[in-house]
Design a protein around this ligand. Sequence first.
Ligand code: PHE
Length: 459
Amino acid sequence: MENMNNNLPERDGFASKFGIIAAAAGSAIGLGNIWKFPYITGIYGGAAFIIVYLVCITLIGAPVMLSEFTIGRKAQRNAIGSFKKIAPNSPWFITGWMGFLAAFSILSFYGVVAGWSLDYIVSAIMNKFATMGPDEIGGHFGGLISSAWRPIFWQVVFMAMTAGVVLGGVKDGIEKYAKILMPLLLVIIVILDIRAVTLPGSGAGVSFLLKPDFTKVSSEAILSALGHAFFSLSLGMGTMITYGSYIGKKENLGEVAMQVTIADTLIALLAGLAIFPAVFAFGIEPSAGPGLVFITLPNVFQQMPGGYIFQILFFVLLAVAALTSSVSILEVVVAYFQEEKNMSRTKSVIIATVAITILGMAASLSMGPWSDIKILLPGFGQLNIFDWLDKFSANYMLPLGGLFISLFVGFKMDREDVYNEVSDEGDLSVSYFGAYMILTKFIAPIGISIVFLHNFGLF
Ligand code: PHE
């Protein structure tokens, strides 16, 4: 549709309130919730870690999300363009560029892990794990991720699915699929939860999630909680700036940020509740690390009545969660190409997808044939390409992005403009505005700085 005044195509955007929540929660809810959250909770001791995580998302996560929505909706542009428009002739747009880089690195390894889950759906349907003992399942996973072509094949399939959704546009692609996939995700996770908590012996897993043991909360646990808050809520790289730019002027941004934060947290907890009771019921250690869902769970499913169906459902859940997130990451890059480089949507999607997929192939190969290639990441030592991209984006780019976004809204933007955006030009009463500004100006920047300096070994 053409806009009569300036001949520019009318900007695409979300069409409904439910669509906004589904798309933004779809971005937030992903591998971070279902793959990462349970295993880091396992490593850092359960309920006490969860409490620390809740503090992080309340004081830092939710306010940063509101700030991203505010920047995007005010500017009506992509992540880089938003900074250029609100603060022209200033270096703030570098924040957008950092997000662009983070999007590239996150999606490259994210597509690889999502590809593993597609491979697992097929293995689950073929009931491959039924004949395997615990060691063999471990060997199967190690074999999959270290082989050359199989993970790349599935990564390419997954990236093609991502591109297919984004190609449809915001309303007819991203929003349309999110409205179907997010309810599906909720149904699957609830079914899995019911199965898990009705297993004999599941009580130990439930109390692992509910009874805090604060002696386990190390400084490393606190830092991981904050890093994960950014990753899980899709913050610090302009995803929510980009999505915010698609939110209508009459929507209540504070409410959307709140609802998305709550939905993301609820799904992470439900994922923990689907996994730990089952893990405990079969006498397996909870701190299984990254292999928790790919090694421990298939093992658990073999011993569980009805396990055949539940294993298929679980890996479908993982793939669905990953897809609605990968779409939001690709959109950051695509929106930039489209608006700042005047490319067509199709061309933007193709170029972005191909480039990210190639980088992802390198990440995948670095788990096998290219495992000798090591790159230094300060604070983490020598890492393979996959781990480097993961740690670099989650521990450097996202927190740094979140820091600059908070400072931008807190100190660079006009307080009046921020107020107008958050209150829909004064239509809404935003009694929380003062508290929000304090969190944005001081609490978030100080908290993030502490984490960041620690990653550099300076704190
Ligand atoms: N939030 C997503 C997850 O939890 C990952 C993500 C990170 C998506 C950054 C967008 C931006 O899996």
